[in-house]
Design a protein around this ligand. Structure first.
Ligand SMILES: CC(C)(COP(=O)(O)OP(=O)(O)OC[C@H]1O[C@@H](n2cnc3c(N)ncnc32)[C@H](O)[C@@H]1OP(=O)(O)O)[C@@H](O)C(=O)NCCC(=O)NCCS
Length: 174
């Protein structure tokens, strides 16, 4: 069984482990191995401790029965006020460990954060993803619409970020 819940400060290290591990598996064909190998759980842990303690974004974790964190989502107000300011909310990150993928956990994490967005009167949202990974199909299944692309420098080369927009999120899971 998977429990979706808000994190406590003590979860920061386990979230960081998921963050680093999913980056290293999901982006291995897209981002240089040098960059991926340089990702540090301890630095990521510090960022997550800050995020959790400052309450600056909405975060949910997915916890397995063995109390292992296997995925997380974070989001809040849309940070991209240049191109797509009509979208009120933004998913900042969503990651599920490769061994736990395709079990409905990503969808459960989306449902949890979307419920919070609706309470905050955010009726639409967007997210930016690295072009070229298979997660586009996940967003398309949730009725996401490709909005635009922009260049993104990472690991010594320039990649492409793709924005997906979701309108009327009150009806996303009807
Ligand atoms: C994207 C991600 C969060 C999805 O989580 P998940 O728990 O695997 O997703 P779900 O099981 O809820 O998938 C729901 C549906 O989306 C589609 N889908 C999800 N992942 C897919 C994939 N890799 N390829 C094709 N379709 C996919 C499927 O239709 C799936 O339903 P099905 O399994 O019954 O066919 C997760 O795979 C992940 O963390 N990927 C790597 C990291 C990443 O790129 N994150 C996005 C950064 S913004």
């Amino acid at each position: 069984m998977i429990i979706i819940r808000k994190p406590v400060l003590n979860d920061a290290e386990r979230i960081a482990k998921v963050h680093v591990s999913t980056w290293q598996s999901a982006y291995k064909d897209l981002v240089s191995s040098e960059y991926l190998n340089s990702l540090s759980v301890s630095k990521s842990k510090e960022k997550w401790e800050k995020n959790i303690s400052e309450n600056s974004s909405i975060i949910y974790v997915a916890e397995s029965q063995g109390q292992q964190i296997v995925g997380f989502i974070s989001g809040g107000k849309n940070r991209d006020l240049d191109d797509h300011s009509e979208y009120k909310a933004e998913i900042y990150a969503v990651y599920v460990l490769a061994d736990w993928a395709r079990m409905g956990i990503g969808t459960k994490l989306f449902k949890a954060i979307v419920a919070d967005f609706i309470e905050l009167n955010y009726n639409s949202m967007l997210l930016w993803m690295l072009k070229g990974n298979s997660t586009e199909q996940f967003y398309q299944k949730l009725s996401g619409v490709c909005l635009s692309e922009k260049p993104y420098k990472i690991g010594g080369s320039t990649k492409t970020l793709v924005a997906y927009g979701f309108d009327n999120i009150d009806n996303l899971f009807d």
